[in-house]
Design a protein around this ligand. Structure first.
Ligand SMILES: O=P(O)(O)O[C@H]1O[C@H](CO)[C@@H](O)[C@H]1O
Ligand SMILES: Nc1nc2[nH]cnc2c(=O)[nH]1
Length: 325
């Protein structure tokens, strides 16, 4: 029996295959065979099967789901009593193909809360349709997750932002949506959420306020901002003209992820907290300076430098949620 095998979205950049093939679960059972619906959406039953595999395999029903951004995999390393699942071993799960995204799911406890963290997310530019990129958010939901923490590395467009700053997301501009692409495209399954979800209150204000308070106690409030993120398809970094356009639209930071995860999470009524680590300053004026060019090496280096701060912010916010549970 085979798993998901759409040949049109197989990410083979580094020779890895996506979540197809003859995987066998830890308990020896084989995953359900299925065909993609609409825009490659996974059927509810398949998502349920993946969630059951994780909950049974870990013995934990997580309340908080964390998605680690590029170079921020250490957010999962602080999880206690971790049960680790390589994506390759999870039935019908895609694989990570990007440097800085290890491709592991870590389930355990953090500040007394049950959590699960993705060390590696899926991006549109890897060749995955958006529904597949954000499929793990639905897995989280069926595992029991109520809160999604989505983190990312992003370029700072707001001239006030410095490299290493943190931007708490309070809104987004969905550029892929402008172009008619959505993770919710195709038939709607009401067991996840409504056909036409509203997004005006997507980023939980209480969690943003708590994070601001935490940043004060950490003494980093001057490098923490609240702003607007936009996701482009990538994998190219932006041209100056594109950056100027994004700035005119009110975008503060730009990346290639997160928005479709947030849309999927809000569709199934999860509370969302998201932040960008500003890993590079985006040039919005023409110059010949080599420094103006973004690079993934720089992104990874800055993320490594700031991982301790990001870990502390995340664990303190988890502690706050746990306190009020
Ligand atoms: O959004 P994350 O996964 O943090 O990574 C960001 O950094 C990578 C580019 O350097 C892109 O994948 C972009 O989306
Ligand atoms: N699109 C985009 N993604 C990023 N990820 C990290 N930095 C950047 C950037 O400048 N642009």
């Amino acid at each position: 029996m085979t798993g998901y095998s759409s040949k049109t979205d197989v990410a083979t950049a580094n020779g890895k295959q996506n979540g197809s093939g003859n995987q066998t679960g830890e308990n020896g059972t084989k995953p359900t065979e299925f065909t993609p619906q609409g825009n490659h959406a996974y059927p509810y039953e398949v998502i349920q099967e993946i969630a059951d595999f994780i909950v049974k395999g870990s013995g934990i029903r997580p309340k908080i789901g964390i998605i680690c951004g590029s170079g921020l995999g250490s957010l999962a390393d602080i999880i206690q009593n971790p049960k680790v699942f390589d994506y390759e071993k999870i039935p019908n799960f895609p694989v990570s193909t990007v440097e800085g995204h290890a491709g592991r799911l870590v389930v355990g406890t953090l500040e007394g809360a049950n959590v699960m963290a993705m060390q590696g997310r899926f991006h549109f530019y890897e060749g995955y349709p958006l529904a597949k990129c954000s499929m793990p958010v639905r897995v989280m939901k069926l595992c029991g997750v109520e809160y999604l923490f989505a983190t990312n590395a992003a370029g700072g467009i707001n001239p006030k932002y410095a490299v290493g700053d943190i931007m708490l997301m309070h809104d987004h501009v969905n550029m892929l949506g402008f172009a008619g692409n959505s993770p919710l495209q195709g038939p709607n399954d009401p067991r996840f959420g409504p056909r036409f979800p509203a997004l005006v209150n997507s980023y939980n204000k209480d969690l943003i306020n708590k994070a601001i308070e935490i940043s004060k106690t950490m003494g980093i409030e001057s490098s923490v901002h609240v702003g607007v993120y936009s996701c482009l398809g990538g994998p190219t970094y932006e041209t100056i003209a594109e950056l100027k356009a994004l700035r005119m639209m009110g975008v503060d930071a730009v990346g290639m992820s997160t928005v479709h995860e947030v849309i999927t999470a809000r569709h199934c009524d999860m509370k969302v907290f998201a932040f960008s680590l500003i890993t590079n300053k985006c040039a919005t004026e023409y110059s010949d300076k080599k420094d103006d060019e973004a690079s993934h090496d720089e992104v990874m280096a800055v993320a490594k430098n700031r991982q301790k701060t990001c870990c502390e912010l995340v664990s303190r916010l988890v502690a706050e949620i746990q306190k009020t549970a």
